[in-house]
Design a protein around this ligand. Structure first.
Ligand code: ATP
Ligand code: MG
Length: 378
C-alpha cells in the first residue's frame, strides 16, 4: 500500500507530506492542489511504464496519463533550496509499505523530461505504481469522455494493458472484451445483479443511478470502434430498435461507467486514482458511488479520490458506521486542502470514528449546508 506521498517544489506544493490509507478523500477549494497530488502519482506511473525510474532515468512530464508541460510549469513558483543541491530541483516520493522511494530531478525550464539527480530506492519495486508493467492501476481524470455514438477500440490499451484510459476512453472496449468474465470479487458483487459477470455487475451498480438500465457493448464490424447502448425497463435483451445510444440517455450514466468498471476491476494491490466520481450524478447516486468505493477497498484496492461531494463524504461515513459496505474507520483518510497566502497550501485532516463522526470540521470543509440553512432559518 502507498502510505505517504512527499512532494517538494512540485506545482502547488513547496513541501508537502500527504498520508494515505486504503481510502483517501482529497477535498477542498478549487485550485487548492488536489489534482496535483493525483498528478504526482500519475507522473510516477507514466515514467515507470517507460522504465525511466531508475538511476540515469527521469520523469516524463507529458505522456499517456498526463500532460504537465515543461519544467517551468511544474517547478513551484516559490521553490525551496536544498543544501546539497545547486539550484532548482523537484522531488517526488512515495512510501510503499513503510519503504521510502524518492526521486530528485534536475530542473530545466523548457524540457518535458526532467533528468534524475538521484533516485533513493531502497527496495524492489513490487507496487503497481512502480512497475514497468501495466495492470492494477487506473487513473480517471475529471475530464472524462462525453457520451458518444462510438468509442475507441485499442487492443493494446484496453485489453493488453487493462487500462480504461485517463479519460475513461477505453472503458467500452474493456467492457466489451471482459463482459462475461465472472471474476468480480465478492465484496463488489451487487446483491441485485442478474449474475456475477462484469456486465451484470456494471448494470446493477448503474441501476443505483438509473433503475432498470441495461448495457450492450459491441464491436462495429470493419472498424476500429466499439458502440455502447442502453436499454431501460429492467430486463436485458430488448430488441435493438429499443436501445438508446449514449448521446440520448443523459450524461450521468456514461460519465460514471468508467468509475463503476474501475471499481469492479479492483483486486488486492490495485491502485485507483479517481477524480470527481460524483460528476453529473444526482445526490443519491453519489452516495451509492461512495458505497462502491468502500467495496473496492474491501476487495483489496487502494483508492484515492478527489471530490467536492458531501454525499461521497457522507456515504463513506455511513459505510464506516453501518458496515453494510464494510470499511473500517482506520481504512479512511480525509484531507482538506486550503490555500494560504502567499501561494501555499495547508492540509487539514479530520479523523473519522467508527460511528462515522468526524473529529473536527475546519471552516470551509463541507459546511455550506449549515451556513446556507442558518441564513434560510434566520
Ligand atoms: N508551478 C507552480 N507553482 C506554484 N503553484 C502552481 C504551479 N502550477 C500550478 N500551481 C497551482 O496549483 C493549483 C492547481 O491545483 P490543482 O490543479 O491541484 O487544483 P484542484 O484542487 O484539483 O482544483 P479543482 O477542485 O478545481 O479540480 C493552482 O492554485 C495553481 O496556481
Ligand atoms: Mg482537481
Amino acid at each position: 500500500m502507498l502510505d505517504r506521498i512527499q512532494l517538494t517544489n512540485f506545482k502547488a506544493f513547496r513541501q508537502a507530506e500527504i498520508p494515505l490509507r486504503p481510502l483517501t478523500l482529497l477535498t477542498g477549494l478549487n485550485s487548492s492542489g488536489k489534482s496535483t497530488v493525483m498528478q504526482s502519482l500519475a507522473l510516477i506511473k507514466q515514467s515507470s511504464l517507460a522504465a525511466m525510474l531508475g538511476p540515469g532515468g527521469g520523469l516524463l512530464l507529458n505522456g499517456s496519463l498526463i500532460e504537465l508541460g515543461a519544467g517551468r510549469d511544474v517547478l513551484h513558483a516559490d521553490w525551496v533550496e536544498d543544501d546539497e543541491i545547486d539550484g532548482e530541483y523537484i522531488r517526488v516520493g512515495v512510501d510503499v509499505d513503510g519503504v521510502p522511494y524518492r526521486w530528485t530531478l534536475a530542473y530545466e525550464a523548457t524540457t518535458d523530461k526532467l533528468d534524475m539527480l538521484s533516485a533513493d530506492i531502497s527496495g524492489a519495486a513490487e507496487h503497481s505504481l512502480l512497475s514497468a508493467q501495466p495492470g492494477g492501476f487506473q487513473y480517471l481524470r475529471a475530464d472524462r469522455v462525453s457520451p458518444a455514438a462510438i468509442y475507441e477500440r485499442s487492443h493494446e490499451v484496453a485489453i493488453r494493458q487493462g487500462f480504461l484510459g485517463a479519460h475513461g476512453e477505453h472503458t467500452v472496449n474493456y467492457l466489451r472484451h471482459h463482459q462475461d468474465d465472472t471474476d468480480v470479487t465478492e465484496p463488489l458483487q451487487h446483491p441485485a445483479a442478474r449474475s456475477a459477470t462484469l456486465l451484470s455487475q456494471a448494470e446493477a451498480w448503474l441501476g443505483e443511478i438509473s433503475p432498470g438500465v441495461n448495457l450492450e457493448a459491441v464491436g462495429i464490424d470493419g472498424t476500429d470502434h466499439v458502440r455502447l447502448s442502453y436499454g431501460f425497463g429492467g430486463t436485458a435483451g430488448l430488441s435493438s430498435s429499443n436501445r438508446r445510444r449514449p448521446t440520448n440517455v443523459g450524461f450521468g450514466l456514461t460519465y460514471t461507467l468508467p468509475i463503476v468498471v474501475a471499481c469492479l476491476s479492483a483486486r488486492p494491490g490495485t491502485l485507483l486514482l479517481l477524480e470527481n466520481p460524483e460528476a453529473h450524478l444526482h445526490p443519491r447516486g453519489q452516495t451509492q458511488i461512495a458505497f462502491l468505493l468502500a467495496r473496492a477497498v474491501a476487495a483489496g484496492a487502494q483508492v484515492i479520490v478527489e471530490t467536492h461531494s458531501d454525499h461521497i463524504l457522507n456515504g463513506v461515513r455511513l459505510a464506516v458506521k453501518e458496515q453494510t459496505h464494510p470499511i473500517s474507520a482506520d481504512d479512511v483518510q480525509l484531507h482538506y486542502f486550503r490555500q494560504t497566502q502567499p501561494g501555499g497550501v495547508e492540509i487539514l485532516s479530520p479523523v473519522i470514528a467508527s460511528d462515522g463522526m468526524l473529529s473536527d470540521w475546519p471552516e470551509g470543509f463541507f459546511d455550506e449546508w449549515d451556513t446556507t440553512l442558518d441564513r434560510l432559518l434566520d
